[in-house]
Design a binder for this molecule. Structure first.
Ligand code: SF4
Length: 393
């Protein structure tokens, strides 16, 4: 755990505005797009309609070339091409696991890299997206937590992960093919469980998800988007009010003593404070349960006492508990609990009336499983640094 990284970092200090350059239309909210068109000379009374037309080309049809926006005049398209860009993160590597999981290493402005994971299942396809390069936090079981925060992702870089995955899955609608004939969506669910703490990049995450939920574009249901937080208490209610997606919490322990070590933000907002915020969660209901994520660490948080304490702690909160067998990474200070221990733990939770699915590790062969994400370059850089440190070269 990097000693220098603070437990938490005040949201205000993280820069939001990116370096200048031609305005990228991807990532702008509807109002932002309309304002950009007006600034570029579009008459105010036309701007809303133009923004709607461009929105559909970008997010419904997945078009990246202004010239293909054929319901706009040639001159207008030429103006757009002179003034704006349509830019997505660049896919550096694409790995496909034996179990069908896909991991993309993508490069963003400044040459930074983040990882994105697509997990196909029989009834859905989930994309695990990142919200920061590295992470503000240093959860000790998480590989990303060993990577210092470099910066927040912009809304363009967040929604861009969804768009590049749709490209790879060839999931943009085809002219003349109705939604009913297109078959089930390959990318039907989004989880903000990749690199970074999404609530330390609230505005960009909110704008990115609003774009993804917009019915005239990518049109993902808010109930198919889950934001996972390690417990940034002041931002939790805003998730319900301003995004409206489902909520998951990186819970992982049943005492403050253990959670302080596993999820250091607990030293700022402890279990009692966090549970208080969850009990007051504006969208709390039986049909929109909060997911408690619980990584199973051998001899750390996996005892029967832990299971009983967990049930006691979350009493009265409509919840489900996701048990995550720990996915080891190079240098990880923990081991995965045994299968018997995980099942014994799950039984106690289940008998108390909670759904307690055990998450099947996916993409382990390509280091795509939960908690294994860390940008390859960072991994390489680290080892180079280590080598330099060790050899003094
Ligand atoms: S678990 Fe999440 S919040 Fe914690 S270090 Fe990893 S990415 Fe960051």
């Amino acid at each position: 755990m990097p000693a220098s990284a603070p437990i938490t970092q005040d949201v205000a200090t993280i820069p939001r505005k990116m370096p200048e350059g031609p305005v990228n239309l991807v990532g702008l909210t509807r109002d932002g797009l309309r304002a950009a068109l007006i600034e570029a000379g579009t008459p105010e009374k036309q701007a809303k309609m133009r923004a709607g037309q461009i929105w559909q080309w970008l997010y419904h049809w997945g078009v990246r070339d202004f010239d293909r926006m054929t319901n706009l005049s040639k001159d207008y398209r030429a103006m757009l091409a002179r003034t704006f860009v349509i830019s997505l993160p660049e896919v550096v590597t694409r790995q496909v696991s034996n179990d069908g999981t896909r991991k993309y290493l993508v490069r963003i402005a400044g040459g930074h890299e983040v990882e994105v994971v697509y997990i196909p299942e029989t009834d859905r396809g989930t994309l695990c997206i990142s919200s920061q390069v590295g992470c503000t936090l240093t959860c000790s079981f998480c590989h990303t937590g060993t990577q210092k925060l470099v910066r927040n992702l912009t809304a363009a870089e967040i929604v861009g992960q969804i768009m590049l995955a749709r490209d790879d899955l060839d999931e943009w609608p085809k002219p003349g093919v109705g939604a009913n004939d297109a078959g089930p969506r390959l990318l039907s669910n989004i989880v903000l469980m990749g690199m970074g703490e999404p609530l330390y990049n609230f505005e960009n995450v909110r704008d990115g998800m609003k774009i993804a939920m917009d019915p005239e574009g990518i049109s993902l249901s808010r109930r198919r988007i889950t934001l996972s937080t390690s417990g940034v208490v002041p931002e939790i209610a805003k998730t319900a009010e301003e995004i409206g997606c489902l909520l998951a919490v990186s819970f992982h322990a049943t005492t403050d003593e253990v959670r302080d070590k596993l999820v250091p933000i607990n030293k700022r907002w402890n279990i009692e404070t966090l549970l208080g915020a969850l009990r007051d969660y504006p969208r709390l209901s039986n049909s929109e349960r909060i997911t408690f994520e619980y990584v199973m660490l051998k001899g750390v948080n996996d005892s029967d006492e832990d299971a009983h304490r967990l049930i006691k702690l979350i009493e009265g909160i409509p919840a489900k508990i996701n048990l995550i067998p720990f996915n080891e990474w190079p240098g990880a200070p923990y081991e995965r609990s045994s299968n018997n221990r995980i099942h014994a733990f799950a039984d106690i939770i289940y008998k108390a009336g909670y759904a307690s699915p055990i998450r099947t590790p996916r993409g382990e062969d390509i280091m795509a499983a939960c908690g294994q994400l860390k940008s390859a370059t960072e991994r390489a850089r680290k080892s180079r640094a280590q080598i330099a440190q060790e050899t003094g070269l």
